[in-house]
Design a protein around this ligand. Structure first.
Ligand code: HEM
Length: 161
């Protein structure tokens, strides 16, 4: 009887060891859960496109930015929906989403605008306002500001304030 119980016990242990080795939940225990992309945390393409649309709508009529005649002229020439399309694709791609940006590089598309530090700072204020309006959380706001900030050296060409 004792021997039979021991055999049963040994068999159960063996099965338990086999399961522990092959069961994904056990095999992965201790591994960090995969961090969601910024794209997913923002809610995907639909909310991103709404935020970008609001951002462009705030930028286009802005008096501080349009005091720069080159920006003002480009605003009158370049359709806002075209900018919304390109900036949405760019943000989607940069945050880890499935889009591909096919527009021009940041240097090439802004060089003729003679954008100053002051105008850059104004753009950042408007961007933050739009993110706050849409209740984008602090962590995601910070990550978006870093993505936008990474383009600054290519966009700001005039360092007069
Ligand atoms: C003070 C800051 C900025 C101003 C005043 C500004 C203004 C403009 C203007 C007027 C154009 C149209 C230029 C033309 O075709 O003649 C343009 C194009 C564009 N901008 Fe900006 N921009 C600024 C910052 C940014 C930032 C931070 C991004 C993205 C992170 C961005 C993304 C784009 C894109 C994707 C295009 C279209 C490129 C293409 O035509 O292929 N811009 N911008």
């Amino acid at each position: 009887m004792f021997t039979r119980n021991m055999n049963l016990w040994a068999s159960l242990c063996f099965v338990a060891i086999l399961l522990a080795g092959s069961h994904p939940a056990v095999a992965q225990s201790g591994a960090q859960p995969k961090q969601q992309s910024l794209y997913d945390r923002l809610g995907g393409l639909a909310p991103i496109s709404v935020v970008v649309s609001d951002f462009i709508d705030a930028l286009v009529p802005d008096a501080i930015l349009n005091a720069n005649p080159a920006i003002d002229a480009a605003r009158k020439r370049v359709p806002a929906p075209y900018l919304k399309y390109h900036v949405t694709a760019m943000v989607c791609q940069a945050t880890g989403g499935p889009c591909q940006y096919h527009g021009r590089g940041m240097k090439e598309s802004h060089a003729h605008l003679n954008i100053t530090e002051r105008e850059w700072d104004r753009m950042v204020i408007l961007f933050k306002e739009v993110l706050a309006k849409h209740k984008v959380p602090a962590k995601e706001t910070q990550e978006l500001l870093e993505i936008v900030g990474s383009t600054k050296a290519d966009i700001v060409v005039s360092h007069q304030k």
